[in-house]
Design a protein around this ligand. Structure first.
Ligand code: HEC
Ligand code: HEC
Length: 238
């Protein structure tokens, strides 16, 4: 655990260096390791905890990472290194200037759906989409049912997250899935098509579903929903 001195320093740096731009929910500066931060650092608390800590000196990011490991964060040694290098570079004391928006958009065309799922969804739902007992529902065999009941629901789910009691394949869940609106329209469409095809890249979409398109994702971005509103709109399944 952190020493008292470090806790005091910590509180000081967080209060002093919180900047309005960084406090925005759901936005990390693009850079190697950003995807891993999205995947690992929202499992127990909002991403805000991380973005609002922007500006910490390196030794406090090192402390933070080991504290999160003590609190139960599961990472390999390699992942821990990547987290450290991302956080100290992009949320450290001397972050590089943000690239022009077009660069980020150009960087994500030609999405590999398998990779996009692995990076953004598998930490909670498992590499095979089977979920994890007690915490994260399976999505194989389930997402396609949701899509057939209301295809727009899955778009909103990925953009805005979902929270509320649900039952999937006979098991109860009542967790919080964060939104993934930082992903591009192309990435979200690719992930949804992959998920609805039960993570089988060679499979056709079931039940006469047509593929999700980037335009469809773009069209849902103005809805301004949150995880509770998405829950309220959840279709009932047979
Ligand atoms: C296994 C759950 C878990 C994961 C995963 C996790 N955290 Fe945390 N985090 C916590 C808990 C619990 C607290 C509240 C601790 C406290 O009040 O001292 C916390 C608090 C924080 C704080 C505020 C520190 C403070 O003193 O209150 C920061 C910053 C933070 N986490 C960053 C991260 C980062 C960065 C990651 C990803 C590398 C991460 N967390 C992943 C559980 C987690
Ligand atoms: C940080 C953990 C986490 C990540 C990462 C995550 N999810 Fe979830 N997901 C959850 C939780 C928790 C629930 C259940 C929420 C509840 O109980 O209300 C859920 C529920 C779901 C459901 C079922 C919703 C329903 O109404 O039955 C689908 C489908 C889903 N997630 C897809 C995805 C996709 C696609 C991704 C990647 C873009 C993803 N999830 C990433 C935690 C996560």
């Amino acid at each position: 655990m952190m020493s008292t001195l470090r806790r005091v320093l910590y509180a000081f740096f967080i209060a002093a260096l919180l900047t309005p731009a960084m406090a925005q929910e759901g936005a990390l500066p693009a850079g190697p390791g950003a995807e891993l931060v999205y995947a690992k650092c929202q499992q127990c608390h909002p991403l805000r905890y991380v973005t609002e800590s922007a500006g910490l000196p390196d030794f406090l990011w090192a402390d933070t990472i080991s504290l999160m490991v003590q609190l139960g964060m599961q990472v390999t040694a390699e992942e821990e290194e990547l987290l450290y290098s991302y956080l100290t570079t992009y949320l450290g004391m001397n972050p590089p200037p943000e690239p022009a928006e077009n660069d980020a958009v150009a960087a994500v065309s030609n999405v590999d759906p398998v990779q996009a799922y692995a990076t953004n969804c598998s930490a909670c739902h498992g590499a095979d989409g089977a979920g994890q007992a007690g915490g994260f529902p399976p999505i194989v065999g389930h997402a396609s049912q949701l899509a057939q009941a209301d295809r727009g629901y899955l778009v909103n789910l990925v953009l805005y997250g979902v929270t509320g009691p649900i039952t999937v394949a006979g098991n109860d869940y009542n967790g919080m899935m964060p939104g993934w609106s930082h992903l591009s329209d192309d990435q979200i469409a690719a992930i949804l098509n992959h998920v609805v095809a039960d993570l089988d890249p060679s499979a056709d979409l079931p039940g006469g579903l047509t593929p999700y398109t980037p335009e469809e994702i773009a069209g849902a971005r103005d809805a301004g929903l949150d995880a509770n509103a998405v829950y309220e709109s959840r279709p009932s399944l047979p």
